[in-house]
Ligand binder design. Structure first.
Ligand code: KG4
Ligand code: ZN
Length: 345
């Protein structure tokens, strides 16, 4: 197949991401640009969907101009336009989808709808040290917590998932309880570093069950109960609570990942999604995996949270695998879309 220049557009939540990926010589990310809406949503304590949609409209064209300028490429050189079709916020997805489909139609090039979680799953392939297939993936983001077996592009088998809150959601809600700003994950983990290990003990939900499913809502309730018992926790007490919460959630994520590895007999673990940026999670996974002779692969930190690069990459890999067919013109977004539906067979 001739080399292709793929434009990737991500707009499923509160980040507008645009990237250019060149499939030449095994593939290379040329450049990417991102606008995060965190500051805009912060006053509301979470993402306001209508504001998110409107901001994506404002940001997409300037970001596209930037990636074209930075890479020295022109609009006419783009061979296909990949975009996030779902899951995510309906209005936000529609902005990216309509823009991408419109641009693709104007250029007379194909548009490639991409599953957001497939983007996260494949994001470690953007790293110099990229994993080979098959691997086990721990996908931990604001909206999802899943363990999957990945046999190739488009070959995803769900092994376990959260029964209630996602890991990132648990971080965000707990952070809110402790009075930390949105998004809570990074703020909570920074606070946890000042907490004393073992000072606050919280349950490890489902750690000892044989299933690979997760449940995090009980953990959040345990934190709430502790905060109420104390009344108004001071800074050191809040740090101890944050430490106890983070240790509990990481124990569960590490324990279940290692169990999935053991059951599968595979030797490679990929960690993707926003929570994969957590330093303590990385430290503890590396320690356990080292003992079990398992290699762990992470996306670059900038590609853990939402970005256009992973969408451009997933679009390129789908196109190369002949899995990107779609009738020209017609499109729909899929705010709810189980990843398992991508797997053929
Ligand atoms: O993948 P992502 O950008 O968006 C979704 O697809 O959901 O993940 C965002 C989530 C948020 O819940 C955020 O709090 C969490 O990832 N997160 C973290 C860290 N950085 C981001 N959680 C824990 N520790 C971090 N360092
Ligand atoms: Zn995401």
């Amino acid at each position: 197949m001739p080399a292709m220049l793929i434009l990737g557009i991500e707009s499923s939540c509160d980040e507008t991401g645009v990237a250019l990926y060149d499939t030449k010589d095994g593939g290379r990310l040329l450049t990417h640009a991102l606008h995060s809406q965190i500051a805009m949503h912060r006053d509301y304590g979470g993402v306001v969907p209508e504001l998110a949609s409107r901001d994506h409209i404002r940001r997409t064209v300037p970001l596209l101009r930037k990636v074209l300028g930075d890479s020295g490429r022109s609009l006419g050189e783009i061979d296909a336009v990949a975009y996030t079709q779902g899951p995510g916020l309906a209005g936000a997805l529609l902005v990216g989808a309509a823009f991408a489909e419109g641009l693709a139609a104007a250029l007379g090039r194909p548009a490639i709808p991409v599953h957001h979680l497939e983007g996260h799953l494949l994001s470690p392939l953007l790293s110099r040290r990229a994993p080979a297939f098959p691997f086990i993936a721990l996908l931990v983001s604001g909206g999802h917590s899943q363990l999957l077996r990945v046999d190739g592009v488009g070959q995803y088998r769900l092994l376990g998932e959260t029964l209630d809150d996602a890991a990132g959601e648990a971080f965000d809600k707990t952070a809110k309880l402790l009075g930390l700003p949105y998004p809570g994950g990074p703020a909570l983990s920074a606070l946890a570093e000042r907490g004393r290990p073992g000072a606050c003990q919280f349950p490890r939900p489902m750690l000892n069950s044989s299933s690979l499913d997760f449940s995090f809502s009980g953990l959040k309730t345990a934190v709430l109960t502790r905060v109420r018992e104390i009344g108004e926790p001071d800074e050191p007490q809040r740090a101890d609570i944050a430490r106890g919460f983070q240790d509990a959630i990481i124990d569960v994520l590490v324990g279940k990942s290692m169990r999935a590895i053991k059951h599968s007999g595979l030797e490679r673990l990929v960690v993707a999604g926003g929570v994969g940026a957590n330093r303590e999670l990385r430290r503890r996974l590396d320690a356990h995996a080292g003992k079990a002779k398992v290699s762990v692969f992470y996306p670059e930190l900038e590609f853990c949270t939402d970005n256009g690069a992973m969408i451009a990459l997933a679009g390129a890999l789908r196109f190369e695998a002949g899995m990107a067919q779609k009738p020209p013109g017609a499109f729909a977004v899929r705010p709810r879309w189980p990843l398992g539906e991508l797997t053929s067979s």
